[in-house]
Design a protein around this ligand. Structure first.
Ligand SMILES: Nc1ncnc2c1ncn2[C@@H]1O[C@H](COP(=O)(O)OP(=O)(O)OP(=O)(O)O)[C@@H](O)[C@H]1O
Length: 290
Protein backbone atom coordinates (compact mmCIF):
# COMPACT_ATOMS: atom_id res chain seq x y z
CA UNK A 1 0.00 0.00 0.00
CA UNK A 2 1.03 3.59 -0.54
CA UNK A 3 2.86 5.59 2.11
CA UNK A 4 2.73 9.31 2.68
CA UNK A 5 6.26 10.66 2.68
CA UNK A 6 6.92 14.19 3.85
CA UNK A 7 10.41 15.51 3.30
CA UNK A 8 11.98 18.69 4.70
CA UNK A 9 8.76 20.65 4.78
CA UNK A 10 9.25 24.24 5.95
CA UNK A 11 6.90 27.17 6.39
CA UNK A 12 7.47 30.63 7.82
CA UNK A 13 4.44 32.92 8.10
CA UNK A 14 4.63 36.58 7.04
CA UNK A 15 4.87 37.61 10.69
CA UNK A 16 8.15 35.66 10.99
CA UNK A 17 6.75 32.63 12.89
CA UNK A 18 8.55 29.47 11.76
CA UNK A 19 5.59 27.11 11.93
CA UNK A 20 7.35 24.18 10.21
CA UNK A 21 11.06 23.57 10.12
CA UNK A 22 12.33 20.76 7.86
CA UNK A 23 9.56 18.38 8.89
CA UNK A 24 10.10 14.85 7.59
CA UNK A 25 7.66 12.03 8.31
CA UNK A 26 6.86 8.59 6.92
CA UNK A 27 3.23 7.66 7.35
CA UNK A 28 1.88 4.22 6.37
CA UNK A 29 -1.74 3.03 6.15
CA UNK A 30 -3.27 3.01 9.65
CA UNK A 31 -3.71 5.59 12.37
CA UNK A 32 -0.89 8.07 12.76
CA UNK A 33 -1.00 10.28 15.85
CA UNK A 34 0.43 13.76 15.68
CA UNK A 35 1.01 15.15 19.16
CA UNK A 36 2.25 18.57 20.13
CA UNK A 37 1.42 21.50 22.39
CA UNK A 38 -0.58 24.56 21.30
CA UNK A 39 1.20 26.37 18.51
CA UNK A 40 3.50 23.41 17.68
CA UNK A 41 2.59 23.55 13.99
CA UNK A 42 0.13 20.64 13.76
CA UNK A 43 -2.63 22.52 11.95
CA UNK A 44 -0.14 24.17 9.62
CA UNK A 45 1.20 20.73 8.72
CA UNK A 46 -2.29 19.32 8.18
CA UNK A 47 -3.43 22.24 6.05
CA UNK A 48 -0.26 21.95 3.98
CA UNK A 49 -0.79 18.22 3.39
CA UNK A 50 -4.38 19.00 2.41
CA UNK A 51 -2.93 21.61 -0.02
CA UNK A 52 -5.01 24.36 1.58
CA UNK A 53 -1.88 26.40 2.09
CA UNK A 54 1.55 26.54 0.51
CA UNK A 55 4.81 25.40 2.05
CA UNK A 56 7.99 27.43 1.44
CA UNK A 57 10.01 24.32 0.63
CA UNK A 58 9.98 20.55 0.87
CA UNK A 59 7.93 17.81 -0.73
CA UNK A 60 4.98 15.53 0.03
CA UNK A 61 4.56 12.30 -1.83
CA UNK A 62 1.57 9.93 -1.63
CA UNK A 63 2.73 6.79 -3.38
CA UNK A 64 3.68 8.08 -6.84
CA UNK A 65 1.72 11.29 -6.48
CA UNK A 66 3.62 14.49 -5.82
CA UNK A 67 0.95 16.22 -3.77
CA UNK A 68 2.19 19.78 -3.85
CA UNK A 69 2.39 19.73 -7.66
CA UNK A 70 -0.85 17.85 -8.28
CA UNK A 71 -3.42 19.46 -6.02
CA UNK A 72 -6.39 18.39 -8.11
CA UNK A 73 -5.29 14.77 -8.09
CA UNK A 74 -4.90 14.90 -4.32
CA UNK A 75 -8.43 16.26 -3.86
CA UNK A 76 -9.79 13.06 -5.42
CA UNK A 77 -8.21 10.92 -2.72
CA UNK A 78 -8.29 13.24 0.29
CA UNK A 79 -10.76 13.46 3.16
CA UNK A 80 -10.31 16.36 5.57
CA UNK A 81 -12.01 17.27 8.81
CA UNK A 82 -10.66 20.65 9.91
CA UNK A 83 -10.48 21.86 13.50
CA UNK A 84 -13.41 24.22 12.95
CA UNK A 85 -15.97 22.44 10.85
CA UNK A 86 -18.97 24.63 10.09
CA UNK A 87 -22.31 23.22 9.03
CA UNK A 88 -25.32 24.92 7.48
CA UNK A 89 -27.67 24.75 10.50
CA UNK A 90 -30.90 24.85 8.51
CA UNK A 91 -30.02 21.86 6.31
CA UNK A 92 -30.55 18.24 7.24
CA UNK A 93 -27.58 15.86 7.39
CA UNK A 94 -28.84 14.09 4.29
CA UNK A 95 -29.30 17.30 2.30
CA UNK A 96 -25.86 18.68 3.12
CA UNK A 97 -24.14 15.38 2.37
CA UNK A 98 -25.96 15.25 -0.94
CA UNK A 99 -24.84 18.79 -1.77
CA UNK A 100 -21.23 18.07 -0.79
CA UNK A 101 -21.25 14.84 -2.81
CA UNK A 102 -22.31 16.79 -5.92
CA UNK A 103 -19.47 19.25 -5.28
CA UNK A 104 -17.08 16.32 -5.03
CA UNK A 105 -18.16 15.23 -8.50
CA UNK A 106 -20.39 12.28 -7.61
CA UNK A 107 -22.98 13.13 -10.25
CA UNK A 108 -24.79 9.82 -10.70
CA UNK A 109 -27.95 10.21 -8.59
CA UNK A 110 -28.37 6.52 -7.72
CA UNK A 111 -24.70 6.08 -6.85
CA UNK A 112 -24.85 9.22 -4.71
CA UNK A 113 -27.94 8.10 -2.84
CA UNK A 114 -26.45 4.71 -2.03
CA UNK A 115 -23.18 6.24 -0.93
CA UNK A 116 -24.92 8.71 1.37
CA UNK A 117 -27.08 6.03 2.94
CA UNK A 118 -24.03 3.85 3.58
CA UNK A 119 -22.14 6.72 5.13
CA UNK A 120 -25.02 7.82 7.35
CA UNK A 121 -25.31 4.25 8.51
CA UNK A 122 -21.57 3.97 9.15
CA UNK A 123 -21.47 7.09 11.34
CA UNK A 124 -24.70 6.10 13.09
CA UNK A 125 -26.72 9.10 11.88
CA UNK A 126 -29.14 7.31 9.59
CA UNK A 127 -32.04 7.64 12.03
CA UNK A 128 -31.54 11.40 12.32
CA UNK A 129 -30.73 12.05 8.67
CA UNK A 130 -33.75 14.36 8.22
CA UNK A 131 -32.99 16.40 11.34
CA UNK A 132 -31.49 19.88 10.96
CA UNK A 133 -27.73 20.03 11.53
CA UNK A 134 -28.25 23.04 13.79
CA UNK A 135 -30.01 20.71 16.22
CA UNK A 136 -27.15 18.17 16.33
CA UNK A 137 -24.99 17.73 19.44
CA UNK A 138 -21.21 18.27 19.25
CA UNK A 139 -20.59 14.55 18.85
CA UNK A 140 -23.20 14.18 16.12
CA UNK A 141 -21.67 17.12 14.24
CA UNK A 142 -18.24 15.51 14.41
CA UNK A 143 -19.63 12.23 13.13
CA UNK A 144 -21.27 14.17 10.32
CA UNK A 145 -17.86 15.79 9.70
CA UNK A 146 -16.31 12.37 9.25
CA UNK A 147 -19.13 11.30 6.93
CA UNK A 148 -18.45 14.26 4.62
CA UNK A 149 -14.70 13.56 4.77
CA UNK A 150 -15.33 9.96 3.67
CA UNK A 151 -17.55 10.89 0.71
CA UNK A 152 -14.99 10.06 -1.96
CA UNK A 153 -13.66 6.97 -0.17
CA UNK A 154 -10.33 8.70 0.50
CA UNK A 155 -6.90 7.09 0.61
CA UNK A 156 -5.78 9.80 2.99
CA UNK A 157 -7.93 11.11 5.84
CA UNK A 158 -6.81 14.07 7.92
CA UNK A 159 -8.59 14.91 11.17
CA UNK A 160 -7.47 17.91 13.17
CA UNK A 161 -8.23 17.70 16.91
CA UNK A 162 -11.58 16.04 16.24
CA UNK A 163 -12.60 15.15 19.80
CA UNK A 164 -12.28 18.55 21.47
CA UNK A 165 -15.49 19.08 23.41
CA UNK A 166 -16.82 15.54 23.04
CA UNK A 167 -17.93 13.54 26.09
CA UNK A 168 -16.16 10.20 26.71
CA UNK A 169 -18.91 8.12 25.09
CA UNK A 170 -18.95 10.20 21.91
CA UNK A 171 -15.15 10.30 21.86
CA UNK A 172 -15.02 6.55 22.03
CA UNK A 173 -17.62 6.17 19.32
CA UNK A 174 -15.73 8.60 17.12
CA UNK A 175 -12.44 6.78 17.60
CA UNK A 176 -13.99 3.39 16.85
CA UNK A 177 -15.13 4.84 13.58
CA UNK A 178 -11.69 6.22 12.74
CA UNK A 179 -10.09 2.97 13.72
CA UNK A 180 -12.33 1.08 11.27
CA UNK A 181 -11.52 3.51 8.47
CA UNK A 182 -7.81 3.24 9.17
CA UNK A 183 -7.74 -0.43 8.21
CA UNK A 184 -7.49 0.63 4.56
CA UNK A 185 -6.66 4.33 4.79
CA UNK A 186 -3.88 6.58 6.01
CA UNK A 187 -5.48 8.46 8.91
CA UNK A 188 -3.59 11.39 10.42
CA UNK A 189 -5.00 12.38 13.78
CA UNK A 190 -3.82 15.56 15.42
CA UNK A 191 -4.49 15.86 19.14
CA UNK A 192 -3.19 17.09 22.49
CA UNK A 193 -4.52 13.98 24.22
CA UNK A 194 -1.57 11.69 24.77
CA UNK A 195 -3.65 8.68 25.89
CA UNK A 196 -5.67 8.72 22.68
CA UNK A 197 -2.52 8.26 20.65
CA UNK A 198 -1.29 5.45 22.88
CA UNK A 199 -4.54 3.55 22.54
CA UNK A 200 -5.20 4.11 18.87
CA UNK A 201 -2.08 4.74 16.86
CA UNK A 202 0.53 2.18 15.85
CA UNK A 203 2.68 5.09 14.71
CA UNK A 204 3.07 8.62 15.99
CA UNK A 205 5.20 11.74 16.03
CA UNK A 206 5.64 14.56 18.51
CA UNK A 207 6.21 18.00 17.09
CA UNK A 208 7.18 21.12 18.96
CA UNK A 209 8.07 24.60 17.71
CA UNK A 210 7.70 23.41 14.13
CA UNK A 211 10.14 20.50 14.45
CA UNK A 212 9.62 16.74 14.63
CA UNK A 213 11.24 15.74 17.88
CA UNK A 214 10.45 12.03 17.83
CA UNK A 215 8.55 9.58 15.60
CA UNK A 216 7.88 5.85 15.67
CA UNK A 217 5.81 3.21 17.40
CA UNK A 218 4.44 4.41 20.78
CA UNK A 219 5.49 1.26 22.69
CA UNK A 220 9.02 1.39 21.30
CA UNK A 221 9.24 5.08 22.06
CA UNK A 222 8.11 4.47 25.66
CA UNK A 223 10.75 1.73 25.97
CA UNK A 224 13.51 4.33 25.55
CA UNK A 225 12.49 5.89 28.89
CA UNK A 226 12.05 2.69 30.94
CA UNK A 227 14.18 2.56 34.07
CA UNK A 228 14.64 6.32 34.21
CA UNK A 229 11.31 7.69 35.45
CA UNK A 230 10.79 8.18 39.18
CA UNK A 231 7.77 9.39 41.14
CA UNK A 232 7.46 11.17 44.45
CA UNK A 233 4.63 12.78 46.40
CA UNK A 234 5.70 16.14 47.79
CA UNK A 235 4.18 19.18 49.48
CA UNK A 236 2.79 21.80 47.12
CA UNK A 237 5.22 24.42 48.40
CA UNK A 238 8.23 22.16 47.66
CA UNK A 239 7.64 22.10 43.92
CA UNK A 240 9.99 24.95 42.98
CA UNK A 241 12.79 23.41 45.02
CA UNK A 242 12.34 20.04 43.28
CA UNK A 243 12.29 21.72 39.89
CA UNK A 244 15.65 23.31 40.69
CA UNK A 245 17.21 20.09 41.97
CA UNK A 246 15.81 17.48 39.57
CA UNK A 247 14.64 17.11 36.00
CA UNK A 248 10.94 17.30 36.83
CA UNK A 249 8.98 16.38 33.69
CA UNK A 250 5.51 16.61 35.18
CA UNK A 251 3.69 17.66 38.28
CA UNK A 252 0.07 17.09 39.04
CA UNK A 253 -2.26 17.34 41.97
CA UNK A 254 -3.80 14.17 43.34
CA UNK A 255 -6.13 14.35 46.36
CA UNK A 256 -4.54 17.64 47.32
CA UNK A 257 -0.97 16.32 47.12
CA UNK A 258 1.60 17.16 44.51
CA UNK A 259 2.97 14.22 42.54
CA UNK A 260 6.12 14.79 40.53
CA UNK A 261 7.72 12.65 37.86
CA UNK A 262 11.46 13.00 37.55
CA UNK A 263 13.88 11.65 34.94
CA UNK A 264 17.22 10.46 36.18
CA UNK A 265 19.91 8.06 34.95
CA UNK A 266 20.74 7.14 38.55
CA UNK A 267 18.35 6.52 41.45
CA UNK A 268 17.59 10.00 42.85
CA UNK A 269 17.15 8.71 46.42
CA UNK A 270 15.15 6.24 48.48
CA UNK A 271 12.17 8.58 48.79
CA UNK A 272 11.61 8.29 45.05
CA UNK A 273 9.90 5.29 43.48
CA UNK A 274 10.96 3.89 40.11
CA UNK A 275 7.83 3.67 37.94
CA UNK A 276 6.92 2.27 34.57
CA UNK A 277 7.22 5.06 32.01
CA UNK A 278 4.18 5.93 29.93
CA UNK A 279 3.59 7.98 26.81
CA UNK A 280 2.73 11.06 28.86
CA UNK A 281 6.24 10.86 30.40
CA UNK A 282 7.77 10.61 26.95
CA UNK A 283 5.72 13.55 25.74
CA UNK A 284 6.55 15.73 28.73
CA UNK A 285 10.25 14.89 28.64
CA UNK A 286 10.49 15.56 24.90
CA UNK A 287 8.70 18.90 25.21
CA UNK A 288 10.83 19.74 28.25
CA UNK A 289 14.06 19.09 26.36
CA UNK A 290 13.19 20.75 23.05
N1 LIG B 1 -2.07 32.42 9.39
C1 LIG B 1 -1.10 32.58 10.29
N2 LIG B 1 -0.33 33.69 10.28
C2 LIG B 1 0.68 33.83 11.17
N3 LIG B 1 1.02 32.92 12.11
C3 LIG B 1 0.29 31.79 12.16
C4 LIG B 1 -0.81 31.56 11.27
N4 LIG B 1 -1.32 30.34 11.55
C5 LIG B 1 -0.61 29.85 12.58
N5 LIG B 1 0.35 30.72 12.94
C6 LIG B 1 1.37 30.49 13.99
O1 LIG B 1 2.13 29.37 13.62
C7 LIG B 1 2.42 28.55 14.76
C8 LIG B 1 1.86 27.16 14.54
O2 LIG B 1 0.43 27.25 14.56
P1 LIG B 1 -0.52 25.99 14.32
O3 LIG B 1 -1.93 26.48 14.32
O4 LIG B 1 -0.04 25.25 13.12
O5 LIG B 1 -0.21 25.13 15.64
P2 LIG B 1 -1.03 23.92 16.28
O6 LIG B 1 -0.01 22.91 16.70
O7 LIG B 1 -2.08 23.45 15.35
O8 LIG B 1 -1.67 24.60 17.55
P3 LIG B 1 -3.07 24.26 18.31
O9 LIG B 1 -2.85 22.94 18.97
O10 LIG B 1 -3.17 25.38 19.30
O11 LIG B 1 -4.17 24.27 17.30
C9 LIG B 1 1.83 29.28 15.96
O12 LIG B 1 2.86 30.06 16.54
C10 LIG B 1 0.75 30.16 15.33
O13 LIG B 1 0.56 31.33 16.10
Amino acid sequence: MENLIITDLSKTYNNGVKALHKVSLQIPVGMFGLLGPNGAGKSTLMRTIATLQEADSGSIQLGNLNILENKNELKKVLGYLPQQFGVYPALSAEMLLNHLAVLKGIINRKERKEMIQNLLDKVNLYEVRKQKLGEFSGGMKQRFGIAQALLNNPKLLIVDEPTAGLDPVERNRFYNLLSQVSEHTIVILSTHIVDDVKELCPRMAIINKGKVIIQGNPSQIIETLQGRVYEKTIQKNELEQYKNEYQVISDRLYLGNQIVHVISDIHPGSTFKLIEANLEDVYMSQIFNS
